[in-house]
Design a protein around this ligand. Structure first.
Ligand code: ADP
Length: 349
């Protein structure tokens, strides 16, 4: 059994008042604070693997170059991963390093599930398609759900709902991703803390042409000032629930929009899968909010989906009644553990 020996967080790297001046200083802090004498490998989380990586990959110069080529697809995330990799390779040149991609798990989605119906030439030239994210979390949580139900992961279907600051849904058939809600970027699908999730793309043209906003301002608004934040001025679901309990109309609407979007995805994925054995909630909101779990799945008893409110409020691992056709589960995600497992597998260890 793998065990966690140490855990830590270095935040706001390079920012005034942050924990470290740059990634080199940050990694040096890590190396000073933990015993590295038995270090077998380092697993790096890389957000975007494009169409090029369908599993965790041992890092060499060529892999680094390939991740660099994917920077235009993830301009905010891949450069940070690349600096982490560069520093770790420099400081620990003898330790094998593995890149674990958020997108890799979704490479099993069929072409019709990842193709946008736009000009095919443009899509091919600019690598425009759905990639999907949160792959390590969806993979881990689907497997843990199978373990929880005492069933082989290859034999069950699970709809996984990762509801953190970022949020995405995934349909997992026999351990393989067959649909997911995030797209070319982590912007589409569910309502998130500060991201809009699905909107009509014409909203962007409208804000530009009619409202006169520059494109950078529209991007900032849709990624940083949208979602729960945009609807209420607060991005934390605890705060939304508190205000909703007090009868605040904006918080009440935001909560309803958030939960309805989840329900729409559950319905779509149920249709795609034909049937599901389980629906699993994970991440900050999914693990901690009985109210969201209950509202998102309300009124679905004809589909075999029910919640036992006593179990739900207690935060049990299985929150559906014993007799329900679909098990509704709460499984804490553990992306670090999954990255470690993927790293081990990539090394054939
Ligand atoms: P990240 O995506 O950054 O890893 P988390 O998975 O930790 O985020 O989720 C963070 C979010 O979880 C918070 O912004 C908050 O909205 C939500 N959250 C945490 N605890 C609770 C709770 N008890 N009830 C409702 N929401 C919660």
């Amino acid at each position: 059994m793998p065990a966690t020996l140490a855990k830590g967080l270095i935040e706001r790297i390079g920012e005034a008042g942050g924990d470290a001046a740059d990634h080199t200083a940050a990694l040096q802090q890590v190396m000073e604070s933990i015993d590295l004498s038995n270090l077998g490998a380092i697993g790096h989380r890389v957000v975007h693997g494009g169409s090029l990586f369908s599993s965790a990959t041992l890092i060499d110069d060529e892999v680094v170059e390939t991740i660099e080529r994917l920077v235009p697809l993830a301009p905010l995330h891949n450069p940070a991963a690349l600096s982490g990799i560069a520093v770790a390779r420099k400081l620990l040149p003898d330790v094998p390093q593995v890149a674990v991609f958020d997108t890799a798990f979704h490479q099993t989605i069929a072409p019709e599930g990842v193709t946008y119906a736009i000009d095919a030439g443009l899509a091919a030239d600019w690598q425009i398609r759905r990639y999907g994210f949160h792959g390590t979390s969806h993979a881990y949580v689907a497997r843990e759900t199978a373990a929880l139900l005492g069933r082989p992961a290859e034999e069950i279907n699970v709809i996984t709902l990762h509801l953190g600051n970022g949020a995405s849904a995934c349909a997992v058939q026999g351990g393989r991703s067959v649909a997911t809600s995030m797209g070319m970027s982590p912007q589409s699908g569910l309502v998130m803390g500060t991201r809009s999730g699905d909107i009509d793309p014409t909203v962007i043209f409208h804000l530009h042409r009619v409202a006169g906003l520059p494109i950078e301002e529209i991007e900032r608004s849709l990624t940083r000032s949208a979602g729960l934040q945009g609807l209420t001025g607060a991005n934390d679901m605890r705060e939304i629930q508190r205000r909703r309990d007090e009868g605040d109309p904006a918080a009440t609407l935001a909560f309803a929009v958030y939960c309805r979007r989840i329900k729409e995805h559950v319905g779509a994925y149920l249709a795609l899968l034909g049937h599901t054995d389980a629906i699993t909630f994970t991440a900050g909101v999914g693990e901690n909010s009985p109210a969201v779990r209950s509202a998102a799945l309300q009124g679905l008893s004809t589909l075999g989906i029910e919640i036992d409110e006593a179990r739900n409020n207690r935060g049990d691992r299985i929150v559906s009644p014993d007799a329900a056709r679909v098990a509704v589960c709460v499984v804490p995600t553990d992306e670090e553990l999954e990255i470690a497992e993927e790293t081990r597998k990539a090394l054939g260890a």
